[in-house]
Design a protein. Sequence first.
Length: 510
Amino acid sequence: MRAIYRSPLILLVSLSAGLAAQNPSQPAAGGLTNEQDHQNMMDQLGIKALRQGPSGNESAPNHANTDESKANPYTNVPDPLVMNDGRKVTTAKMWMDERRPEIVEMYEKYVYGRVPNNVPDVKWTVTAVDREFLGFTPVTAKDIVGEVDNASYPGISVKIHMTLVLPAMARGPVPVLMMFGPAGFPNPNEPRGADMDKVNSAMKALLLQQDPSLKQVFESHPAWDPIRNSPFFQQPQLNADGDPPNTWELIAAGWGFALLDPASIQADNGQGLTKGIIGLVNKGQPRTPEQWGALRAWGWGAGRALDYLATDASIDAKHVGIEGVSRYGKAALVTMAFDQRFAMVLVGSSGKGGATLLRRNYGEAVESLTGAGEYHWMAGNFLKYAASEASFGSGNPGQLPVDSNELIALCAPRLTFISYGVPEKGDAHWLDHQGSFMATVDASRVFALLGAKGLESYGDYRTAQMPPVNRGVLDGQLAWRQHDGGHTDAPNMKYFIQWADKFIGHAPPQ
């Protein structure tokens, strides 16, 4: 759980904007609907039909498989330590110089897409600074906008929104965890005393102007103020596990955090592919099959945000991490894999397209990622692996040249923490926790080759079984922990901080 403050005014504006937003099924001005863009990509690839993805409803006729005995139709995943020409990777240099670039190339071509060479520059501007408290810790919060140069196509504007929060009393540069999600001041410094009285008086006058009958209500409740007593001004609730919100935990531990809004980089739908940063680079035209999807676009935005953080002397730029949950967990892992400047990652409940093996027949499937609801996360070429009828025949997950064990391996030897909850609390079987554990175990061989430690002690990934819930494997640079909460990484944040501090040599404030 993250505590993100929203004032009544901001909520009112947001509600108005939401009501005015276009229906996703309606064409965007000058663009394609989600379904039209999806069909356009199928046409480019020569695909006539895709296999339907399974249902997450266990009572549906086409429900997703959750029987472990049927989960592994493909006997092997690609070996991260074997070159495409069959040579074995035996040294760290061979990994870095030959095998790693080879895997990156396959991921870019077939899975997540390529970031174009002509992506415009970003100019960052601090739009507001606030001095606040998170818990009992004073912080400095900056609202920051990164405006992308759109001179090549003025019809599309991209303004990346980030909020940076740092402990005000830090004695030196601090590590920072960049977190995918809504940006905004976490606990704005509210007006008090006479200033608050003025605000309340103005609010009452505005309400009376809109509805004079409220005069009787105000007279019946003379001690009530519409803003001072608003629930929006109350302290945020604790996490489900009883801990303070994750942002509070980070600040209390002497870390900073940056809230990066993915939607300000690229919309989370297919209709938005002709807008956002992808649409800007393509001048409003649909993608080609090898071009980037939303996951790479969000990762690109995180990289530009890291560019900005590196200019701030109060930040330890060598120890900036990236974090996300669910689709943003996928994005966090993809960001870490491709951008080697990030020192650490907390990957929350990422499922297929993230840490879970694509070849597994358990829960969410490759076909789920290629349907009209999720295809925009991936490169167009990824649709080939769910084709049932196409000019090239058909495709299946076993034909993929890479799998998520190699995606995790691309993070080596940097700090990589894979996090999940439990189905009983809402972290559904759909996510295939066991498939993520198997991928993590197999990726450990690469961490070991590079002098780091993973989950090697669990043996062969095909027979490796997850540790008990709440028993973390946190003694190496590649870590795993399944907590007893739901679809969140909140219960694992304190473990992540302690684990990362140990490796980066950071001590929490006394």
